[in-house]
Design a protein around this ligand. Structure first.
Ligand SMILES: *Cc1c(COP(=O)(O)O)cnc(C)c1O
Length: 383
């Protein structure tokens, strides 16, 4: 942070922290964090009730009341994805993994380590799966029992066609497992029209809780078939569910503070109008960001039709004075934290649109980008 000399006070969240324009951990509200300033025992009635209420809301978000049940899993989001894959895939199952980024690759690794058979349909990070090819593989490979797909691949921010994928999987009589970590609560997913056996997500993305809890919303009948399939004790969703149903208790220490904050975050989610409200705010953030960055001369990796309003990948500008670390430091000094890219197809960086941020925050971030570019003596606009 050498020559970054902001002219005004840096931007701050409600609790005085830099704004996280990242896909998690992300900026949360003051009231969500304040919910954590209590110690509760895991058998405390108030905690047991808050936990139950929070979990009961999750199937509603995918219109799965009654047919689906949410099973929580301590840990970051990946713990929930690993729990889903290793609980649902039978010993002799085969998973077709649709890969167009790091999270698809990670699923494949999870299956390899758990010694569950996987075949991969991979497309470039800026390309959705080839649906005709997916159907062809399912027809040609009767051994495939499950298909795994990522709803929004956070590596690039691409929106994968989950409804069309689900239709193919159902038509071919297979089961669908979804990683909707960065989409759940903001992008619609309707289990009545988009059938799936399980969807994994976490408290700390679009639901704006704090990190430390994932969950899997499971079709009840499918979960009931999974007894004895798990490859680990801790990540066994069937066992976790049975214990919670029977006793209201987690098998192992629950992240009490995280769950109490998650309950508050879900109150705020409902208050904002659920998926349409939350998704609408993020879509507004993405629109302001993309228009503003394009006006400054940046180019997005994805065409608008493939862009989810969650996180936006920008190509690193081809300008001799543009150095990502200086750009990052200049934004950080002004109160905005962005994310480096992790693409193989192009040099890039990412700016998130999720968390407790609105269009004014995005306009502030654009002003910080403008100032930082001027400081680096970078002009990207055509002259
Ligand atoms: C964030 C995310 C995860 C989980 O990542 P953690 O670091 O384990 O929380 C998984 N899949 C996708 C698509 C994500 O965006």
């Amino acid at each position: 942070m050498t020559d970054a000399e902001p002219r005004r006070q840096p931007a701050r969240s409600e609790t005085g922290d830099p704004l996280l324009l990242t896909p998690g951990p992300l900026t949360t509200s003051k009231s969500v964090k304040q919910a954590m300033v209590h110690d509760l025992g895991s058998r405390d009635e108030a905690f047991v009730a808050l936990n139950r209420q929070a979990l009961e809301r999750l199937p509603e978000i995918v219109h799965g009341e009654g047919r689906y049940v949410a099973v929580p899993m301590q840990g970051s989001g990946t713990f929930a994805v690993e729990a889903m894959l290793t609980t649902f895939t039978p010993r002799d199952g085969v998973v077709l993994v649709l890969v167009n980024g790091a999270y698809g690759q990670r699923a494949r690794r999870i299956l390899d380590i758990a010694r569950r058979a996987a075949i991969v349909h991979e497309t470039a990070e800026d390309t959705p799966p080839d649906l005709a090819e997916v159907e062809r593989i399912l027809v040609a490979t009767p051994a495939v029992t499950h298909v795994f797909a990522v709803h929004c691949e956070t590596t690039s921010g691409i929106l994968n066609p989950i409804e069309a994928i689900a239709a193919i999987v159902a038509r071919q009589g297979r089961r669908l497992l979804i990683d909707a970590m960065s989409a759940f609560g903001a992008l619609p997913l309707d289990s009545r029209t988009t059938p799936f056996d399980a969807v994994a997500a976490s408290a700390n993305k679009c639901l704006e809780g704090v990190p430390g809890l994932g969950f899997v919303v499971c079709r009840r009948e499918a979960l009931a078939e999974t007894e004895g399939r798990a490859t680990t004790l801790t990540l066994d969703l069937h066992d976790q569910h049975r214990a919670l149903e029977k006793t209201g208790q987690y098998r192992f220490t629950p992240p009490i503070h995280v769950i109490v904050a998650f309950h508050q975050a879900l109150e705020e989610f409902s208050h904002e109008g659920g998926v349409p409200g939350r998704g609408g705010r993020y879509a507004g953030n993405a629109r302001v960001l993309i228009e503003g960055m394009r006006a400054l001369g940046f180019r997005t990796l994805l065409p608008d039709a493939l862009q989810a309003p969650i996180i936006v990948t920008f190509r690193t500008p081809d300008h001799p004075n543009f150095v990502f670390q200086r750009f990052y430091d200049g934004l950080k000094a002004r109160g905005y934290v962005i994310y480096p890219g992790k693409l193989t197809v192009a040099d890039s960086f990412r700016i998130g649109c999720i968390g407790r941020l609105d269009a004014d925050h995005m306009r502030g971030a654009l002003e910080a980008v403008r100032e930082t570019l001027a400081e680096m003596d970078v002009d990207l606009t055509p002259r």
